[in-house]
Design a binder for this molecule. Structure first.
Ligand code: NAD
Ligand code: MG
Ligand code: MG
Ligand code: MG
Ligand code: MG
Length: 347
């Protein structure tokens, strides 16, 4: 739990806070064997929890789950047998999968998620009497698995949406322990906070904001006669170095590491570029997340077969910066991946 002198806003749980008797001896159905599914299923299994993987009859993931030593059933069979059903299929297919498993979810069972979209926006309406929780590692699944195997943890989120048994939080915490999250620390949140902050973050800053900033910077240089290669390096490639410094030591470490000229220029110009109008746009983006406008748009887009999504994706792929970037990355093949390994082997 939070220590008294902690500066955290929320509870943070560690290994000692978890009571493993809340999950040991129970059967967990892990639906889906993708990024999160394979990691949860294998970590739970290695922690001694009884796991059934739920996959469609024709799923290409069946062979992988079986060769990892796990029992595989169809989602409805797995869910009916389980005490805890961990829903780790893609968010857009969860409502349909839920329809197929609903009959097997009984009072006292738990429906568990790693992202709250479908519960928060009422695309899945769980029955009364069922616990509804979230255990969401803050990391892609392959790291959740690798960290577990290396006796390390992966930070995670925990939330309780519906506590029918009075033990929903304890059970979720035990699950978080069994997949290795309490080794690193588990932060308590709510479904609403997790969903709204996640959608806002990926739209305004992480995925949408950053790529738009990069493209505008690139276009400004190229349109003013600078070379595409220089523009690519300056506006995209160097971003990694800056983000690595911020990740390691906050903005302070980044400011300390760049030149005084870069620091002064950045401090003066940053807020002129990303000005109050951008902040107003962010407020609107957040409002659309909060009032469900974005969720309705995304659900309708999927129901219509993703016409705008497909168009936007194509336009992004065809942006000039992607073209020049592909050529430059192949030329340099910096230090990673098969090309670099092959180059090293040849020497
Ligand atoms: P994924 O796309 O990697 O894997 C999906 C799996 O579901 C696949 O193994 C596939 O076999 C199975 N599947 C697909 N359609 C199916 C269907 N109709 N019926 C049954 N099975 C089906 O998914 P993911 O990225 O692991 O996401 C799972 C959940 O975890 C989502 O709620 C996501 O928001 C959440 N999450 C993901 C990450 C991440 O890093 N990927 C991080 C935190 C939370
Ligand atoms: Mg059941
Ligand atoms: Mg239960
Ligand atoms: Mg997200
Ligand atoms: Mg510079």
């Amino acid at each position: 739990m939070t220590d008294s002198d902690s500066t955290f806003d929320t509870e943070v749980y560690y290994d000692d806070d978890a009571d493993r008797s809340q999950i040991d001896g129970k059967t967990v159905a892990v639906l889906g064997y993708g990024s999160q599914g394979h990691a949860h299923a294998q970590n739970l299994h290695d922690s001694g929890v009884d796991v059934i993987v739920g996959l469609r009859e024709n799923s290409s993931s069946r062979a992988a789950a079986e060769s990892d030593g796990l029992r595989v059933e169809t989602p409805d069979v797995a869910a009916a047998e389980a005490d805890v059903v961990s829903v780790l299929v893609p968010d857009t297919v969860q409502p349909a999968v839920y329809e197929a498993i609903e009959d097997g979810i009984e009072p006292g069972d738990t429906l568990q998620f790693a992202h709250g979209f479908n519960i928060h926006y009422n695309q899945i309406v769980p029955k009364e009497g069922v616990d509804v929780t979230m255990v969401a590692p803050k990391s892609p699944g392959h790291l959740v698995r690798r960290n577990y195997e290396n006796d390390e943890g992966t930070p995670g989120l925990l939330a309780v949406y519906q506590d029918a048994t009075g033990e929903a939080r304890e059970e979720a915490l035990a699950y978080a322990h069994a997949i290795g999250c309490t080794r690193a620390g588990v932060i308590e949140t709510t479904f609403q906070e997790e969903v709204e902050s996640d959608l806002f973050g990926e739209q305004a800053v992480l995925c949408g904001g950053v790529t738009s900033l990069v493209k505008h910077g690139y276009e400004t240089l190229v349109d003013n006669g600078y070379s595409r290669e220089m523009a690519y390096f300056e506006c995209l490639n160097e971003l990694k170095l800056i983000v690595d410094l911020m990740y390691e030591g906050g903005m302070g470490e980044m400011w300390d590491s760049v030149s005084d000229t870069a620091e002064y220029g950045g401090l003066v110009k940053g807020d002129e570029i990303v000005d109050d109008s951008v902040r107003e746009n962010m407020e609107e983006t957040l409002e659309a997340v909060q009032d469900g406008t974005f969720a309705r748009e995304w659900i309708a887009e999927n129901q219509a077969g993703r016409p705008s999504y497909t168009q936007l994706r194509d336009a992004e792929k065809n942006h000039d910066i992607e073209d020049v970037g592909e050529d430059l990355r192949a030329l340099f093949a910096w230090g990673e991946g098969e090309e670099a390994e092959a180059a090293a082997d040849e020497e």
